[in-house]
Design a protein around this ligand. Sequence first.
Ligand code: NDP
Length: 280
Amino acid sequence: MNFLLPLTGSFAMPAAENPTVAMIEAAYHHHGLDWRYLNCEVQPNHLEDAVRGARAMGWRGFNCSIPHKVAVIEYLDELGTSAEIIGAVNTVVRRGDTLIGENTDGRGFVRALQEATDPAGKTVVLFGAGGAARAVAVELALAGVAQIIVVNRSRVRGEELANLLNAKTPARADYAPWEGTFCVPEGTDIVIQATSVGLFPDVDAMPDIDTSSLTPEMVVADGIHNPPLTRLLKAAKARDCKTVDGLGMLVQQGVIGIKYWTGIDVDAEVMKQTLISLKL
Ligand code: NDP
């Protein structure tokens, strides 16, 4: 008999609409792991206390979501390679008494994308330069993408991401301004939407992209998981493009996180079906 259960969880603000707890606990249950995942709403001024609490209570690890992904770094002991380059952490792993910050958002995205295409050697147009876009861009570059065109509304953030990729990864990156409707250049292999446009409740919002520039050889991916079938993905399907939705990214980053915490490779399909059953 052991009534002391291993604890994991998430610190975010807001937290009520985050379905991660359902997906992770479904995986624990499916694999007979008597672990718990607690979805905690933590205000920014309480983040330090929350991390100290997790340490004190022996939590095995936790996720950080908006707005804590950068702020949490100062309360951790070490960073994994890609978290260091990205400058943000979404998964904290406990090794002995050490808390290590990792970033699984980008790796989750790359794994989901790999079900549709191998990114190695490809040319990518990436919309967005926020936290999710940075994670996706760095992992794509580390996965061997040849060129990344960063398209972002704010020039400063867009140029900063292109400069980061050129300085710290083997990929070539350029910034392209997003002024008016953006036409995806011919020869692009992969189009990635990593802005927050289209996220619930603004489900009718559409990133300002000329969808007639999408061609059937292009793979079009959207990071938005709620709803998974965004207006952009609907338009891409109508243009006969292969598509990748944000559920795959959410599931795969969770699979990688659970592997870090428990050492077990969990079944991604169980997690995906749980999310689908929530009808996001
Ligand atoms: P950030 O706030 O860090 O970045 C937001 C990005 O969206 C910026 O590039 C911003 O541009 C751009 N943006 C916002 N509004 C507009 C607009 N009207 N037109 C053009 N660009 C716009 O957010 P994150 O990067 O953390 O998250 C982005 C999205 O990714 C969220 O919707 C989140 O749900 C999703 N996500 C999905 C995950 C998954 O597992 N599926 C994991 C992590 C995130 P600018 O710089 O000009 O302000």
